[in-house]
Design a protein around this ligand. Structure first.
Ligand SMILES: [Zn+2]
Length: 238
């Protein structure tokens, strides 16, 4: 059975969004079971079967627009008939029926939606994307001013260990001391929340689930290295 995480946010009913978990697919370990990424070493047939299963169960109006995620700050606008795998880490649309998709396993999936539901986006943000301003670039795509955001399951400050050099890329309040003087724990959801606020998004909602803490539900690259990816999908329904 497919087990989904629904964003708890006040988006209009016409905006559909969810995050998958690892449950309900056909991939074998270490990708078990609902791996949706074709670039992580899983069998191509298994990934295709999982994508077909998801599409059917969730009654997706079209094939998701998959991106070639490169930890950049590029957020592209997509429309109907858009071809796959542009190099980008976020996508935006105003069109009904276009399914935006981001693959993650620790990095933050961030949904954005205007209060009217006319404009939507999804963003993939790891530390590099956050440092490069992917959140700001995503917000800039919107012409409507009142936006809401939801930050999905991602590696939390309980498990995201970094070294001192990375720490200085972000305000110091987002890191705390780790196991010794050389290691720090970084709060990626906290950084994303601050960046959303600074970009003018006042209504921000968060899942608070840590991917590393939940091995039964979520893939975590930091925890498992060779593993699958789950997906964050958003679209406008007719
Ligand atoms: Zn954790």
């Amino acid at each position: 059975m497919i087990d989904l995480e629904q964003p708890d946010w006040p988006a209009p009913a016409s905006v559909k969004a969810f995050v998958t978990s690892r449950k309900g697919g056909v991939s074998k370990p270490p990708y078990g079971a609902l791996n949706l990424a074709a670039h992580v070493g899983d069998e191509r047939d298994a990934v295709e079967a999982n994508r077909a299963l998801l599409s059917k169960k969730m009654e997706l109006p079209s094939r998701p627009v998959w991106l070639n995620q490169v930890h950049s700050n590029s957020v592209i606008q997509v429309g109907c008939g858009m071809s796959d795998l542009a190099d980008a880490d976020g996508s935006f649309t105003r069109e009904v029926g276009v399914v935006l998709a981001i693959l993650v396993a620790d990095c933050l999936p961030v949904f954005l939606c205007s209060l009217t539901g006319k404009e939507i986006a999804v963003i993939h943000a790891g530390w590099r994307g956050l440092a490069e301003g992917v959140i700001q670039q995503g917000v800039k795509r919107f012409s409507e001013k009142e936006l809401i955001a939801w930050i999905g399951p991602a590696i939390g400050p309980c498990h995201y260990e970094i070294d001192g050099s990375l720490r200085h890329r972000f305000p110091q309040e987002f890191s705390r001391k780790g196991r010794d003087d050389k290691h720090w724990m970084l709060d990626l959801p906290g950084i994303a929340t601050r960046q959303l606020m600074d970009a003018g998004v006042s209504r921000i909602f968060r899942s608070e689930l840590c991917t590393y803490c939940n091995p039964d539900r979520f893939y975590s690259f930091r925890r498992d290295d060779r593993t699958g990816r789950f997906v964050a999908l958003i679209w406008k329904q007719a």
